[in-house]
Design a protein around this ligand. Sequence first.
Ligand code: NDP
Length: 283
Amino acid sequence: MATIINGKELSATIRKEIADRTEEFIKQKGRAPGLAVIIVGEDPASKVYVRNKHKACDEVGFYSQVIELPEETTEEELLSRIRELNASESIDGILVQLPLPRHICEQNVIETIDPKKDVDVFHPMNVGKLTTGNHILTPCTPAGVMEMLRRSGIEIKGKKCVVVGRSNIVGKPMAILLLEAHGTVTVCHSKTVDLKKECLEADILVSAIGKPGFITADMIKPGATVIDVGINRNKEGKLCGDVDYDKVEKIAAYITPVPGGVGPMTVTMLMKNTLLAAENRTK
Ligand code: NDP
């Protein structure tokens, strides 16, 4: 039976650390770190994510602003709101909840956010800094995975790490961070010829595909660490990851559950980025 890496518990510990550092920040600067979240339209899942981010801000003592804009907001209107937030003294982090309505160009939005306030770490300047290893802010989901590995005492140096998925949000930055931590990294995707063979070599397997039950027990090396980033609904409508959890946990040494794994860590790392952005802007 694998040891479960409990993202909820770990998140609570890290949020407490962030809250302590926030108190110190407030003492020194006379204000709280501030996060602005913009949501355009009525997507129900996005609304839940935004609410969770707002709640997390309250928990760690941040100032937070949720800006809800109607679906028909034009790109120029949105960019102008972002420019206002770029100029605001009380805002250290700006996040625009994706996906955006189709008439708005995501890349224009990402590139309008001041890179110093880009807590999602999507701006090309921050992606460049990440790639060259001199980043202050780290993409939230992969950063959460790294914290889970480190705080569980799982060695990365010299280990064979396999990342399944190559999105800009998860797979690619995940591979960069594992590489930075001296893992030997393979990135797999839908065109990978023998996914099972690649996965079977992994000491650390990170799955970010978005398909329920896709990673099966016969793809796992005994004693491996299995990190499930996927958030999916199974046939019964229940939340689940990419990994066939019940069978894989009998083979792996460490495993993350869904829900209660990487998900809560992502929001916690957003809080950490906001604090780091605030400290960096005011130093
Ligand atoms: P994307 O859809 O952008 O990327 C999915 C990746 O999986 C692609 O690179 C794709 O390959 C690959 N893939 C799809 N099918 C296969 C296959 N049959 N074999 C191998 N690789 C395959 O998704 P995201 O990266 O945005 O998200 C992935 C999952 O993680 C989703 O379930 C999402 O909900 C979840 N997620 C969870 C977060 C959290 O906080 N826990 C945060 C963000 C995402 P190709 O590039 O070739 O198409």
